[in-house]
Design a protein around this ligand. Structure first.
Ligand code: GAL
Length: 331
């Protein structure tokens, strides 16, 4: 072999090797509880988050709690992905204290809805002071998922105290806010107005003291998950079912063996991936690290769900087959 050919061969082999490394990076695997690097190699900052899908693209929004954040701002992280495993960092959206809430003000559990009519992205967030007495939602609006968000207002949905919020969009496109309401020891499912700029109507009040509310509709049945009110400490999350969002809702049951404390996690959302053979329902939860919030992890697992039963299996690496809609869990 002459030297030229030899170098060409070496170049081709090196390129093959590099592309196999790239493929390995894009395994599609979701590893519950692990550090989850984005495309820049940084652990994803989208805690207490929510996901919407537009076309083929998923957008993940959540609390951006990086160690080097400017402490006078709160940030919402936004990431995009087509396979729910490899996430591209798009933006950290800055917010300054919108309601004079004081130095330790709180912006938590941001959820973004896309309004088809106005073509606006409407962000709901839990706004609070250091003592969690403000108990309101805030709304900010943008033309793009990762654009400039303009703060619109804060309010108490249906005139009620609201702390943890959750997002639910039904198959018919109607959009709901789930919010925990401490004085009544329960939580609400409430319908948003057409422009999503208001919480218009109480759909259900569920008389169970739960937060981190998440809802999914699977084969005509609604499943609601919530966690007990233990702050950052995990607890056994529970679920109930109903044939209509407005209820009646069943009694609550454990989603996992109670001694695991939901495998050290707290619910934030459920997401459906439908394929030709099955629909996977993903449980998305946070494993909070109160003393090092930036290192808080994510526990995402496909649920065992159907016929009114729901179970969170023991966390293991897994991936979605987007063609069949089936989840493949590693042995
Ligand atoms: C949790 C809640 C979190 C955060 C935390 C503060 O119960 O789900 O979003 O508010 O309390 O202690």
């Amino acid at each position: 072999m002459n030297l030229n050919k030899y170098f060409r061969l070496i170049t081709i082999l090196t390129l093959l090797q590099l592309s196999s490394y790239a493929q390995k990076g894009k395994s599609g695997l979701i590893k519950p509880g692990s550090v989850w690097p984005d495309n820049m190699g940084n652990h994803i900052q989208a805690h207490g988050g929510g996901i919407i899908k537009l076309g083929k693209v998923y957008y993940w929004f959540g609390e951006y709690r990086a160690k080097d954040n400017d402490p006078s701002f709160r940030y919402v992280g936004v990431y995009s992905s087509e396979n729910l495993s490899d996430w591209k960092f798009l933006k950290k959206i800055p917010f300054s204290d919108p309601e004079n809430l004081g130095e330790k003000w709180v912006l938590e559990r941001p959820k973004v809805y896309y309004n088809e009519k106005s073509k606006k992205f409407v962000m709901y967030m839990h706004l609070d002071d250091a003592k969690y007495r403000f108990a309101r939602v805030g709304i900010a609006v943008s033309d793009k998922p990762d654009g400039e968000y303009t703060f619109v207002k804060s309010f108490r949905p249906l005139g009620l105290e609201s702390r943890d919020i959750g997002q639910f969009i039904d198959d018919d496109g109607s959009a709901y806010l789930i919010f925990e309401s401490r004085p009544t020891k329960g939580f609400y499912i409430a319908r948003l107005s057409d422009d999503y700029l208001n919480v218009e109507k109480e759909t259900a009040y569920i008389n169970a003291p739960l937060e981190g509310g998440a809802i999914i509709q699977y084969k005509g049945l609604y499943y609601a998950i919530g966690s007990a009110l233990t702050g950052w400490r995990p607890n056994p999350n529970k679920y109930a079912t109903a044939t209509s969002l407005s209820g009646p809702w069943s009694e609550f049951k454990h989603i996992a063996p109670p001694e695991t404390n939901t495998y050290q996690s707290q619910s934030t959302m459920m997401l459906k991936v439908a394929g030709s053979k099955a629909t996977t329902v993903i449980f998305m939860a946070d494993q909070w690290k109160p003393a090092s919030q930036w290192d808080s992890r994510y526990l995402w697992m496909p649920l065992e769900i159907g016929g009114g039963e729901l179970k969170l299996p023991e966390p293991k690496p897994w991936k979605v087959n987007f063609k069949t809609g089936k989840a493949e869990v590693k042995k």
